[in-house]
Design a protein around this ligand. Structure first.
Ligand code: SF4
Length: 363
């Protein structure tokens, strides 16, 4: 099976701009994309821009994660002057501090907006708070780009429903061993959603799923957890070593993509319900019991025999949860391995050796 042709970020942005569209640099992790689409704004996510970290380290403490470091590097390289908006969701303290640093000192040409996600438990006050945030963001976007066109939000929710169904299908096919795509291909295709508009992403996913139906490679099946899929050499190592990702619990992937589709009621209220029912996540304050049960469920569905945590160094929300999660998984007969990585740096041969030893231990 061959990899589908995916427009590059630069190509897609250029075409979008030529059509008169606006662009938002969106920092991790979760924000209501649908509202941006409805205002004619394309969110382009900033997880791991491929830049040499030359200027950002001079402005940050050495124990700040590489996602924040690379995001700052991108802004210092002038990205904030070439987009129409920068959006900072409240994901963790490090990103919150980056947002303050950018707003107070860097002052890029593009306006910065902040989006405060509530933390669990998601009871009535959290629902109200989130709805207030959605209304506030809607007003801010209208102030910057004009009111959204009639029916634009309903259309955005339609796209969101189609994407939720396609993501669910991709994950189900992979968990059942019915997707003939290795880890590198799977994540290259799904990560295109970090910058493609749904009108380009939906046909890409439909075509890819149709042509990729088939048997997964043989090997020991694992659940991949952590923040991002990668670095690329680590995904290659998984494929080469016969470690087959049956499911994932990655912050940038299934914890955002495996959502229930928005309902058909009042659009902002429907968007609120999507957020409140997302999979458990360290950055949303989910309980360890909930996370443990979720990961065990992912392993069960995909017949995975172990869990590989690929953590970004210094990612506090993730690292706090790890000891208890690993203990609970071990009690459930699921061994785990932790690899700490920096985004945009190869995981290296030592990581490959540890993965190989882990595979042999599971066999
Ligand atoms: S990797 Fe962790 S610490 Fe860094 S931005 Fe993401 S959630 Fe925050």
């Amino acid at each position: 099976m061959s990899m589908p042709s995916i427009p590059s970020r630069a190509e897609h942005l250029e075409a979008w701009r030529e059509s008169g569209g606006k662009v938002c640099a969106a920092f991790p992790a979760q924000y209501p994309k649908e509202l941006l689409w409805a205002h004619g704004v394309l969110p382009v996510e900033v997880w791991d821009p491929p830049l040499a970290a030359t200027r950002a380290p001079g402005h940050l403490q050495p124990y700040i994660c590489s996602v924040v470091r690379q995001g700052l590097e991108l802004l210092l390289a002038g990205a904030g002057d070439s987009v129409d908006l920068i959006l900072f969701p409240h994901t963790c303290d490090s990103l919150q501090n980056l947002a303050s640093l950018v707003g107070d000192y860097l002052k890029p040409a593009a306006p910065s907006l902040f989006f405060y996600n509530p933390k669990a438990p998601f009871k009535a006050p959290a629902r109200e708070f989130y709805l207030d945030q959605l209304h506030a963001l809607d007003r801010q976007l209208a102030g910057l780009f004009g009111p959204r066109a009639q029916g634009a939000l309903e259309q955005a929710l339609e796209w969101s429903r189609a994407l939720a169904a396609l993501h669910a299908k991709a994950y189900k096919m992979r968990a059942l061993g019915e997707l003939a795509a290795g880890a590198g291909e799977f994540y290259a295709v799904l990560r295109a959603g970090e910058y493609l508009h749904p009108t380009a992403l939906i046909p890409l996913l439909e075509g890819w799923l149709a042509q990729s139906a088939g048997s997964a490679s043989a090997g020991e099946r694992i659940v991949l957890s952590g923040v991002l899929p990668g670095p690329p050499d680590l995904l290659e190592s998984l494929d080469v070593l016969g470690l087959v990702v049956g499911n994932d619990d990655l912050l940038s992937m299934s914890r955002r993509l495996l959502t229930s589709p928005p309902g058909t009621g009042e659009p902002l209220a429907a968007l609120g319900e999507v957020f409140l029912h997302m999979p458990p996540c360290s950055t949303r304050g989910s309980s360890l019991e909930e996370r443990l049960a979720w990961i065990k469920g992912l392993a069960g569905q995909s017949k995975s025999k172990g869990v590989v945590f690929v953590e970004v160094k210094f990612c506090e929300p993730e690292l706090f949860d790890l000891p208890e999660l690993r203990r609970g998984l071990k009690e459930a007969g699921l061994p785990s391995l932790v690899l700490e990585v920096d985004v945009n740096q190869a995981a290296g041969g030592q990581a490959a050796t540890r993965l190989e030893a882990f595979r042999e231990m599971m066999a």
